[in-house]
Write a protein that binds this ligand. Sequence first.
Ligand code: AMP
Length: 417
Amino acid sequence: MILQTPKGTKDILPDQTALWQALEETCRTVSKRYGYREIRTPIFEYTDLFARGIGEATDIVGKEMYTFVDKGDKSLTLRPELTASIARAVLQNNLMEQGATLRLWYYGPLFRRERPQKGRYRQFHQYGAELLGSAYPESDVEVIQLAYDLLRGLGLSQFELKINTLGNEASRLAYRTALLDYLRPRSAELSEESRTRLEKNPLRILDSKDPQDRDVVVDAPVYGGYLDEESKAYFAKVCEQLDALAIPYTVSEHLVRGLDYYSHTVFEFTTGLLGAQDALGGGGRYDGLFEQIGEKKISGVGFASGIERLLLLMESEGVQLATDTTTDVYVVTLDDESRTLGGQIARELRALNRSVVTDLQRRSFKAQMKEANKLGAVTVVIIGESERAAGKVILKDMATGEQSDCPIGEIAARFGA
Ligand code: AMP
């Protein structure tokens, strides 16, 4: 049997890569519009980074990481997300100048051992942005705006933005206590998974999709009642600015994003078109993360979106991105000498940045024309024996079928040189 890709992974095949590239280009363009610069970090890191940076009580660290011990006896993990890696890179490379704002974006593969299904894979890709150094609500708004522009820039419209606030640390602790007081007496009604989470990460239960948990959570205290004045004012500012920018959103009081280090704004983009895997991306403010992995306190707000989900939604909305897959020229050669000349012509045209394909199988005229057609070549250069003797080639316009002779020395000029 032919070997297969591991479960939950897939090949991105040649007829799909043009679309991936166009999507990446949109990510790049939108990032640049907001002054974000790209950062690339290693695919694997020391396991400890994720254990500390994401939190032991999360599903990701608890059960989804690809962790292995290398020959030097070090525990390494394929990155399951990128925020922790970026925080590490910022600290390690001293990227954060006192009082400055650091705007970063990333794009790349992540690895989580989840149960694969449509829209959920074990190797998947994310685009994300992180804004470091500002503790003000306008930076939350900038990141939300960037994410919104990305989705719109891809031509998407069937999505919704939900936002909520977790408030400052004091509010978070007050709410956590109230939630635990509510959940503890009802623990028997919770799903097994949520029962194990109860003490370590009760907020996460609010996120649960399990119907059993949902029944319990319906009457749970809502966050809003535990927010202090500072937290309320912060969130009001975020909402006010989103309104001013005409970015539509709904406030969803049960949206919590379970990571320990989130505070103030959390948000998520969802769609009704993708079934259970409805999250297109999300993020929030994480003022506590840097302290968890280093000594420094650095404010941050960030966002990440799943590329595969964006592609699925694009497909289901029927939107298309402009992709460049054309072959400009196909060179038909029929004998040994014309192959040499064909090679020279191809080289000359490539130097003019044209995409040129030549026959490498010494096939018949008919078979070469067939390949030219299949590749969607705009022009075919035919080098026949008699034309060559007269110092010419034939140019065939594949759209009109028109043929004309062209002196060999004038080919470049015909292609706009
Ligand atoms: P997270 O880092 O868990 O907040 O996820 C951010 C986004 O990444 C989600 O909204 C999804 O769009 C995407 N995502 C998360 N996990 C997966 C996965 N296993 N397969 C595909 N996309 C994913």
